[in-house]
Design a protein around this ligand. Structure first.
Ligand code: SF4
Length: 407
């Protein structure tokens, strides 16, 4: 089911009034920000950031060549590579590949959320299981993750245990460790059943044609072992040239997202003979963004660091943005993708620059958010002008007709 979020102003009002949720968010995000800050003070982090930024700039400048290579390599491994120009095409290509009644383990990620995949699949005759513990709980209750790496940042342990009892009928301990262990045990048992693995990957390596994922819970490996069919979704920008670039990305991503020196496990999805494999590469407006003044937003590797330190997100959370991206990214990207529906998001930022200070790949978020404001204002002005012109035309037409009717 697709999460239902009220219009932005109403969502903000509700979020501000919810003192308990605000407290949970504030504590979790501040704790995460402290870990992150400690890493950011290390000399090594500065070097890694510079290298990762250069790598992402290189990727955006050579997307065409990189994808040509990745497609050749993946096809040689027996993978079917298909391209989706729109969100609807992406969903259709997933639906076409899924057998009726299949068990589908889903690795939730930004691109799957962006195209509305889970809500589309919920209407089908399938058994869906979200593979990460936090993502699974948010899916059960019909919400998006509250943060890219802390999906349950808005809930306390008691809330999680109570929701689990409500949706599954099982009691679990009301401590953090108890909740985590019980949910993981449930997921691992379910994920070891054969079925389809539907993955929103962190990216694909062009030189080998293999997608990769950062796994810090260990569930993805379990699901991969049991998979009889694997479908991988990738955004057009989610590609890196070499395996060395994955190692670089893993280190900087871990520091930015989790405040850790490295990712516990990088999983490469090597196609093998016992499964059917399909990669779906999603454009959904990215080619247009790439050619314009918002191009740098596509450097984003969705680590969530900007949301962790954003003073607006720390107060009202990510849910109010109504988009699957981290708060400051949603403020820059939302009004660009949908200037009418998401126009208010451009003002959900203090432009303090905290987001840009922590971004591991140098996305100039305050500049992009300021451009989003200008974009929304320009469109509003054009809209008013067009309505005024229209009114003028109608009234002068009426005068003409009136004159023509004679006395
Ligand atoms: S803009 Fe930067 S900090 Fe924010 S999610 Fe993307 S990569 Fe991470």
């Amino acid at each position: 089911m697709e999460p239902q979020v009220p219009p932005f102003r109403e969502a903000v009002r509700l979020a501000v009034e919810d003192a308990t949720t605000r407290q949970h968010l504030y504590e979790r995000l501040h704790r995460l920000a402290e870990h992150q800050r400690a890493r950011w003070q290390e000399e090594e982090t500065a070097t890694l950031r510079a290298q990762a930024t250069a790598m992402r700039q290189h990727v955006l400048a050579h997307l065409g060549e990189l994808w040509t290579l990745a497609e050749v390599q993946a096809t040689a491994l027996g993978v079917e590579v298909v391209w989706a120009e729109t969100a609807i095409q992406a969903v259709t290509q997933v639906q076409d590949a899924l057998p009726k009644g299949a068990n589908v383990a889903v690795i939730r990620g930004v691109i799957a959320e962006e195209v509305g995949l889970l809500s589309a699949l919920a209407a089908e005759e399938l058994t869906l299981l979200v593979a990460d513990a936090g993502g699974y709980v948010t899916y059960l209750v019909g919400e998006r993750p509250a943060h890219p790496v802390v999906p349950l940042a808005h809930l306390g342990e008691r809330d999680v245990a109570e929701l689990w009892r409500l949706y599954t009928g099982h009691q679990i301990p009301m401590t953090k460790e108890g909740c985590v262990q019980a949910i993981h045990a449930h997921l691992r048992a379910a994920l070891s059943q054969p079925g389809v693995l539907l993955v929103s990957a962190h990216g694909i390596v062009a030189e080998t044609g293999t997608p990769f994922l950062f796994d810090w819970e260990g569930n993805i490996a379990t699901a991969l072992q049991a998979a009889t069919q694997v479908i991988v979704l990738l955004g057009l920008e989610q590609i890196v040239p070499t395996v060395d670039d994955v190692l670089l990305l893993a280190q900087i991503w871990a520091r930015a997202a989790l405040g850790e020196p490295d990712i516990p496990q990088i999983l490469y999805l090597h196609p093998h003979a016992t499964s059917q494999w399909r990669f779906i590469v999603v454009d959904n407006g990215r080619t247009e963004i790439l050619a314009g003044e918002w191009r740098d937003v596509l450097r984003c590797v969705h680590c969530g660091a900007c949301a962790t330190v954003c003073p607006v997100v720390q107060e009202i959370g990510n849910h109010v943005y109504g988009l699957p991206y981290a708060g400051p990214v949603a403020a820059a990207w939302g009004p660009l993708r949908s200037p009418h529906t998401h126009r208010n998001l451009a003002w959900a930022s203090t432009l303090c620059g905290a987001c840009a200070d922590v971004c591991p790949v140098g996305v100039p978020l305050p500049l992009l958010i300021a451009r989003a404001r200008a974009h929304v204002a320009r469109r509003a002005l054009w809209g008013r002008w067009a309505r005024w012109l229209n009114r003028e035309n109608i009234s002068s037409g009426a005068k003409e007709r009136h004159r023509g009717e004679g006395p």
